[in-house]
Design a protein. Structure first.
Length: 366
């Protein structure tokens, strides 16, 4: 007698556990290339535009800085480092450098403190949040010349609004234009008025990205608003604060509009009270028509900004390294770990397929 077992309902052939894995198709490879190349394509327009309209003027300025340039003939005589020597030996350079850093510190430090405070207020559950958030950006969209003209009249020595207010409360008038430190405070006030709202929105965006679970856990533990701000908000804002500090440093060292429009002459004061490096550069280039010296001063300013930028970069890397253990592994080690994880996942998938094939019922014919 011959007995035959019932065949399975499905006529599909049994899976072969020894079958080689399926090859990756062209579409999958294309998606991997897209994942690797798309970030570079997204940021490429800036670099293409920079190479076209930015790199050539920078290189051309470097060439002119080594020449006694004649604007009429559009040619110059090579004189080496004489232009740099003249700039560094001129007392006005050191006065302008002092004024630049003084205005930068008087504007950046209060600006950062006020921006953090306003951002913390806007991060609360208040009414008309969109209105207040748009309102802090209004000074930023105003024309710098208009802001400078308004504030220069407010800080006028004789009939200015600020001195009139001080006289009404019994305080003597402040020589906002003749005194160097007072002029720096006035110009720094203009800068703070324009840029505080811009930095506020950046910090506000970073605050909204902080998980609210941290604040709920801190509230359960009994921490107040002030303790939460200094223990949760400020540490979480470290990368954003570093970005704001770097951009404020670059912008503060290149300040031009406010000191240029602070008086009707635009030369930095009778005794160079508020003369900045960029303002002196403008006076040398377009006032004295000496583009060789102006180019040399521009490159000296570029080197100063580059040095400060490198210092900020080193500080940024040291701070980021302490957050979440970043920077502990090199890029090669991370690639090796990723490759090992993919191989382990592939081995587990192959083992699962083998187990599934072994448990599939086979046809038994007797």
């Amino acid at each position: 007698m011959t007995s035959t077992l019932a065949r399975p309902a499905s006529d599909a052939p049994a899976k072969n556990p020894d079958r080689p894995p399926r090859r990756i198709g062209f579409g999958h490879r294309l998606s991997r290339w897209d994942l690797k190349l798309s970030p570079y394509l997204y940021i490429s327009p800036f670099f293409i535009l920079f190479f076209v309209v930015g790199l050539f003027p920078i290189a051309y300025t470097a060439v002119i800085s080594f020449m006694d340039w004649d604007l009429v003939r559009n040619s110059g005589e090579f004189i080496g480092f004489e232009q740099y020597t003249w700039v560094l030996s001129n007392p006005k350079f050191w006065i302008a450098l002092r004024n630049t850093f003084s205005i930068f510190l008087l504007s950046s430090v209060p600006q950062l403190i006020i921006a953090i405070f306003i951002a913390a207020m806007l991060d609360q559950n208040i009414r008309a949040k969109t209105f207040w958030r748009m309102g802090v950006l209004v000074p930023y969209v105003m024309a710098p010349v208009a802001v400078a003209l308004i504030f220069s009249n407010m800080f006028a020595d004789q009939y200015g609004l600020v001195n009139n207010f001080l006289a009404s409360i019994g305080i003597p008038a402040v020589p906002w234009h003749s005194d160097a430190f007072a002029s720096h405070i006035a110009i720094a006030t203009m800068v703070n008025f324009r840029w505080t709202g811009y930095n506020t929105l950046i910090l506000l965006a970073a605050m909204q990205a902080i998980p609210r679970d941290y604040y709920e856990a801190a509230t359960v533990d009994g921490a107040g608003k002030i303790r939460q701000f200094f223990s949760i908000t400020v540490p979480s804002l470290r990368p954003t604060l570093i970005f704001v500090i770097i951009t404020s440093t670059i912008g503060g060292l290149q300040i031009f509009d406010e000191p240029r429009m602070y008086d009707q002459y635009g030369t930095g004061g009778a005794n160079s009270q508020w003369l900045t490096i960029t303002l002196w550069l403008y006076n040398i280039g377009w006032g004295e028509w000496n583009f060789g010296r102006a180019a040399a001063l521009a490159w000296i300013l570029f080197i100063i900004i580059l040095v400060i930028g490198v210092i900020n970069l080193l500080v940024t890397q040291s701070v980021v390294r302490t957050e979440g253990g970043r920077g502990e592994l090199t890029r090669r080690q991370r690639r090796e770990q990723s490759r090992a994880a993919r191989e382990r996942l592939a081995a587990e998938s192959a083992a699962a397929r083998s187990s599934e094939a072994a448990s599939t019922p086979k046809e038994d014919v007797r």
